[in-house]
Design a protein around this ligand. Sequence first.
Ligand code: AMP
Length: 208
Amino acid sequence: MKTFEELGVSEAIRRAVEELGYEQPMPVQEEVIPYLLGENNDVIALAQTGTGKTAAYGLPILQKVNPSSRSTQAIVLSPTRELCLQIADDLKDYSRYIDGLYVQAVYGGASIDSQIRALIVATPGRLIDLMNRGVARLDEVQNVVLDEADEMLNMGFSESIDAILAGVPEERNTLLFSATMSKEVEKIAKNYLHDHKEIVVGSRNEGA
Ligand code: AMP
């Protein structure tokens, strides 16, 4: 069993997670964090909510964001407003001691903050809307997380996801988290991930 420090997590982030009472990494974190701290590493992780997946992708992404750059460097896509808010809150907690790093939740109905944020957590439809209006500029995005990818596809976000991924640089990391592996999830992985590592937490669930 490794510590967050042994996984390569920075001092500022370790201080924040320790204050949240995280004593040691959960299994998905132990696998995903050191891998994502490297360069050009795509991941599919089959993990349910409750496994610690938010920190598994969140800690390395926060660590890699450059807070002094004003561009959006990472986006997390999630299916619902509630999940967006939950993820953004978690990421704000984890980045509490990183000066100048801002996390923005973007979902239907929320007022648009025209300020560019380093890290955006968004529902797909709303992000497309902001891209089309020129409010969200994604040409410097280095990390894209598809959280609950199976749910997003079930909710009909397939085309939005295609449009978003077409609008971010090819040279990026793509991280796909899903509770189940369906045909549609496999298709997204095939189209948009490069030489990805597959991580299964608990037992592998096949989609219907
Ligand atoms: P998630 O699967 O991301 O929704 O996380 C499930 C719950 O586990 C959340 O309440 C997290 O705050 C908590 N959590 C995540 N990582 C750890 C950890 N290393 N130690 C203790 N709790 C954690």
